[in-house]
Design a binder for this molecule. Structure first.
Ligand code: PMV
Length: 322
């Protein structure tokens, strides 16, 4: 039975940033990620009228995909694979609907666009079929799809995006969230250079395999840093969180995943008064984040634009208890 209730015809999923611990998280270290609700992937579904079309059509206009998706080609097509895995999981034939996907999240820039689009698509399919899946079930499906984008994903992107809450994430461990002691505002600035996460992850893998004795201590330091970052967020301690972000950026540089553009934006933010700054996500391009106060937000924003950022926007982690 296909739902036609207009109110439930639209579902979405947020973008995300990684506050600390990217890359090391692939090797079992903890990492902290936050949802960014102001940027979303959105899926709407429309049941087909009588003989208009038969079966499932997925239209992803602003994802550079205007064509209906072929479910039989679900090997390296993330959208087709998402639909196929979802239908297999719920043991249902494809519904007779068109799903329109659009995303406000730039692709290949460390903000989780792939996981967000997959999540929105799973939700839309389930909504169309009137089937409820838990977040854990959706997360497992999206994780399988993430393997196309990332090769060996840790699972952090899909987890923060599906659960939509700040997470302290350790690969293959139950999801943990944490208290937030004070508001923390981050500016997110885009270098304008897209970079594929799986290339950066592969480069770190090569580095690790070539010189484990040098790289393992970097991962160990990141692990301690991430645990400290969690405590500072719980205590509402902005100054210490800023220092930890700066150190995390230095360590990511040692892992070769920064870029001249990312370093330029990080330095511009710090020179303009940001409390801390670092790349966020896979690196080598994509986005960086800067921790700011209400007093420094505007000047850091302008400094990032002057230093070449293509877009800058703010997101605030609000105080909360779990
Ligand atoms: O999708 P991105 O670019 O935010 O990168 C995800 C974070 C990594 O740690 C680099 C990879 C992973 O699978 O955790």
């Amino acid at each position: 039975m296909i739902k036609t209730d207009r109110i439930t015809n639209e579902v979405d999923a947020p973008a995300k940033i990684i506050l600390a611990g990217e890359h090391a998280v692939v090797y079992g270290c903890p990492a902290i990620a936050l949802p960014v609700n102001s940027l979303r992937a959105i899926a709407t579904f429309t049941p087909h009228k009588n003989d208009e079309y038969s079966g499932l059509r997925i239209i992803a206009e602003d994802l550079e995909r205007g064509l209906p998706i072929d479910l039989s080609n679900a090997v390296d097509d993330a959208l087709a694979l998402t639909a196929k895995l979802t239908l297999e999981y719920v043991k249902h034939l494809a519904p007779n609907v068109t799903i329109n996907l659009r995303s406000q999240i730039p692709m290949a820039s460390g903000l989780g666009s792939g996981a967000a689009v997959s999540t929105a698509l799973v939700r839309a399919l389930c909504s169309a079929l009137d089937i409820h899946l838990s977040d854990a079930e959706i997360n497992a499906i999206v994780y399988e799809v993430e393997k196309i984008h990332h090769g060996t994903p840790s699972g952090i992107d899909n987890t923060v995006i599906v659960y939509r809450k700040p997470i302290y994430f350790v690969r293959e461990h139950p999801i943990e969230t944490f208290n937030v002691g004070a508001p923390f505002t981050f500016l997110i600035a885009d270098t304008g250079h897209s970079a594929l996460t799986r290339i950066a992850v592969g480069a770190v893998r090569d580095l690790f395999n070539a010189d484990q004795a040098r790289i393992q201590p970097i991962f160990d330091e990141i692990s301690v840093l991430v645990a400290d970052a969690r405590s500072t967020i719980e205590m509402g301690d902005q100054a210490t969180l800023g220092k930890l972000m700066n150190r995390n950026h230095e360590l990511l540089n040692l892992l070769t995943v920064s870029s001249p553009e990312l370093d330029t934006l990080v330095n511009a933010a710090l020179n303009a008064g940001a409390i801390g700054a670092k790349l966020s996500g896979g690196g080598r391009g994509g986005n960086m984040i800067a921790l700011v106060t209400p007093q420094t937000q505007e000047i850091v924003h302008q400094a990032l634009l002057s230093a070449g950022a293509k877009t800058v926007f703010a997101t605030t982690l609000q105080p909360s208890t779990v």
